[in-house]
Design a protein around this ligand. Structure first.
Ligand code: SF4
Length: 278
């Protein structure tokens, strides 16, 4: 950090209002919390808990709180996922109708801060195109430190490594934070869920239903019952291994974790949720 960068952060810290980092349990928002540690003394750390997060996410947040030596406030939506699923007539959320993010992440946060002036620090990196969570409420203003200081993926990984926090452990099989049933998961990640957390896979499967003649699946192409057939799992694994090998050949010096991410993106690079996957 150069002096002018320090000056910018000091000027941010002097702004009247609340200063908040919304954590997702993912690497970028975690790195942001570490990056800002001690620089903005009044910083608040929040996590909007859907109660459908992976155990690894809760463990990662606990480790982060210990590192920060500050509590991470967990906001819970007044009514949880199951209530809203009922309200939406059993229609599972999807990329097109993403009611889960609004009901379980955005609304609890906006309700919590009310009309307070808020500076909301967002972990979008300088090498990303997406905009992250930008509230429509004028009292909530986003701040993008990584963009401001040109910090890219390698910088984020370095911040995490230097702190000793590292990447979330679910990165070995899944590259995005968020609910264990998130519909943004790629085939290989669903297989990872089945193998690492078979009970959660079963619960995700139980959410799939047929109502009034309409099928509600997490994935458009196939149900989770279809995906877990041994021959289908073997096919998904073979395709993933093929993509991984291709990535390895093209970029032999990249760490495995990045190659796994690239192999997953090669199946489906839809960027995911700007709020949950940070
Ligand atoms: S992680 Fe996925 S399922 Fe969960 S709230 Fe976010 S978009 Fe919805």
């Amino acid at each position: 950090m150069q002096t002018s960068d320090d000056q910018i952060i000091r000027a941010w810290a002097e702004r009247p209002g609340r200063h908040i980092v919304n954590l997702s349990g993912g690497k970028d928002s975690t790195a942001l919390a570490i990056f800002l540690r001690g620089k903005i003394p009044q910083l608040e750390y929040l996590f909007c808990d859907t109660h459908k997060e992976l155990p690894e996410t809760y463990e990662y947040l606990d480790r982060l709180a210990a590192y920060l030596q500050r509590p991470i406030m967990r906001l819970n939506a007044e009514r949880g996922f199951d209530h809203w699923l009922e309200m939406y007539g059993g229609m599972l959320p999807s990329a097109r109708v993403r009611w889960c993010t609004r009901k379980l992440k955005i609304e609890p946060f906006e309700y919590f801060v009310g009309d307070d002036q808020v500076w909301s620090y967002v972990g979008i990196r300088a090498d990303e195109e997406r905009s992250g969570y930008v509230s429509t409420k004028p009292n909530i203003q986003p701040v993008f430190p990584f963009k401001e200081f040109g910090l890219k993926l390698a910088d984020i990984e370095r911040i995490l490594e230097d702190s000793g926090i590292g990447l979330p452990s679910y990165y070995e099989w899944r590259q995005r934070s968020g609910c264990w049933f998130c519909f943004y998961q790629r085939s290989g990640e669903w297989v990872g869920l089945k193998e690492r957390h078979p009970e959660l896979y079963e619960q995700a499967k139980a959410y799939e239903s047929k109502r009034d003649g309409e099928q509600f699946f997490w994935r458009q192409r196939e149900s989770l019952a279809e995906l877990e057939r041994p021959e289908r799992i073997a096919q998904i694994k073979a395709q993933h291994a093929q993509r991984l090998e291709q990535e390895r050949r093209q970029r032999p010096d990249q760490p495995l974790i990045e190659l796994i991410g690239a192999a997953l993106d090669a199946e489906d690079d839809e960027r995911g949720c700007d709020i949950c996957h940070l």
